[in-house]
Design a protein around this ligand. Structure first.
Ligand code: SAM
Ligand code: SF4
Ligand code: F3S
Length: 431
């Protein structure tokens, strides 16, 4: 019996798919190289924008075609779309389950294979923590380790609190054990993931305010030669203690992904982001003064309801001031059930596109400008891929570097002299 997983969405979903894969292999499934070679196809969905849901429907339609050729094929669907609105997926898959109920999956599969009954979801293991399932990591040198899931913030436009429920943090002991195991196996980079990693609350210290700096320190103290990245941080929870911890922890990388969403205070208020443009810019100043060569990335939504040209220009000015290295610029997509969906989606599609292009152009110029500062510097790179004589890797600040080299370096660190700066990457040679 073979399985194939198609994953949409963010790092959290990628990490969840690694857990699904481990569970399936545990009950005897083997991975299939392609969807049409599988007996079980699992679609892990995202719901963040309408386009993400359309992609889930597209994938499920393809599964139906494969089912015509192979009637024994079982199709399962999970992820944020399936948790938020399972009823909209009814009839499009054999199994629809909430990712937190992952433990019930083997039992549900069994009922299907024995053709006993059709089941949408079982609640048997409601209190079992699915994050305790040991994942089948897809890389042997870089791993995602979730520290928390869910969200309490209810930004007006966002489905995540509905899809993933309230914030839930893992015990720091479990996180540290998992990372120790990875480092012992030779892993070189660990990315701590969660919707808001900096509101992490250690179960054993429950009740104390933010524990993320303490967790970072514990991970940094694990002996071994490895890097620590973390995503995503919320600007309202970015404390001085956290910035000082990053600055003082050698393995924690100076790469901060800090979603701004908008540069206009009126839009930020309507978005329920709980910070102002001034607070955000003050944080950026602190990051730049405390962290050497820090690289900064962000998320931005253009064309939020009622966003005027003047308000958009405040985002433009913010982009010019911050000089981001990378940004994910999304056109606003109204999500039924969210607070913002009650507002008229009144910025035309063409205008959203135009605003996105303006921010992208600024981003390209600031990224090149930042990358030029690295010219002639010797930098450590984690080598990730080999392609016909060229190695591709990441710096500690999450920049992509290409340089000539041999395949056997994949998964290890290399010292590279930077010779050329481009927008989305840099080029160099091994020294
Ligand atoms: N927790 C993170 C934060 O606070 O910024 C973001 C997580 S969210 C899954 C990823 C990004 O998707 C958001 O930062 C936002 O830019 C984008 N996004 C969320 N809802 C959206 C919507 N309705 N339309 C367009 N983009 C959206
Ligand atoms: Fe969505 Fe806001 Fe939560 Fe981020 S903080 S996941 S944008 S509700
Ligand atoms: Fe999408 Fe869920 Fe991530 S909605 S972006 S997969 S948290």
């Amino acid at each position: 019996m073979k399985y194939y997983i198609k994953t949409f969405g963010c790092q959290m979903n990628i990490s969840d798919s690694e857990r699904i894969s481990a569970l399936l292999e545990n009950i005897g499934y083997k991975p299939a190289s392609k969807a049409d070679k599988a007996d079980l196809i699992l679609i892990n969905t995202c719901s963040v924008r309408r386009s993400a849901e359309d992609r889930a429907f597209g994938a499920l339609k393809n599964c139906q075609k494969l089912k015509e050729k192979n009637p024994g094929l079982l199709v399962a669907v999970t992820g944020c779309f399936a948790s938020k609105e399972p009823q909209r997926l009814k009839g499009k898959a054999d199994i629809i389950f909430d990712i937190t109920q992952l433990f019930t999956l083997p039992k549900i599969i069994k009922t299907h294979i024995n053709k006993i009954k059709f089941n949408i979801q079982e609640d048997l293991y409601k209190n079992y923590d699915y994050l305790k399932i040991s994942p089948n990591y897809s890389s042997h040198y870089r791993a995602y380790v979730p520290v928390m899931t869910g969200c309490n913030n209810f930004c007006s436009y966002c489905v995540v609190p509905y899809a993933r429920g309230r914030e839930y943090s893992r015990n720091s002991k479990d996180i540290v054990e998992e990372i120790k195991g990875l480092v012992d196996k030779g892993y070189k980079a660990i990315t701590l993931v969660g919707q808001n990693v900096n509101s992490y609350l250690d179960k054993s210290l429950y009740g104390k305010s933010t524990d993320f700096p303490k967790l970072l320190k514990k991970v940094n103290d694990i002996p071994g030669d490895f890097w620590i990245w973390f995503i995503t941080s919320h600007p309202k929870d970015m404390s001085d203690e956290l910035l000082d911890t990053i600055a003082g922890s050698q393995k924690v990388c100076n790469y901060i992904h800090l979603p701004v969403q908008s540069g206009s205070n009126a839009i930020l208020k309507s978005m329920n982001r709980e910070y102002t443009r001034e607070h955000y810019l003050n944080l950026i100043d602190k990051i730049k003064s405390k962290l050497e060569y820090a690289s900064l990335s962000t998320d931005t939504i253009v064309g939020y309801p009622n966003e005027t040209e003047k308000q958009f220009n405040q985002t433009v000015e913010l982009y010019k001031q911050v000089k981001y290295d990378m940004a994910y610029i999304a056109q606003y997509s109204a999500r039924p059930g969210t607070a913002a969906s009650k507002l008229e989606d009144n910025v035309p599609c063409e205008e959203k596109k135009r605003r996105k292009n303006i921010l992208t152009d600024i981003l390209i110029s600031t990224a090149i400008e930042n990358n030029q500062q690295l010219l002639n510097k010797n930098i450590n790179v984690l080598v990730e891929k080999y392609k016909t004589g060229t190695l591709i890797g990441k710096t500690m600040t999450f920049k992509t570097v290409t340089f000539p080299g041999k395949k056997n370096l994949v998964g290890s660190f290399a010292k590279v002299k930077i010779l050329k700066a481009k927008d989305w990457g840099i080029e160099g040679k091994i020294i």
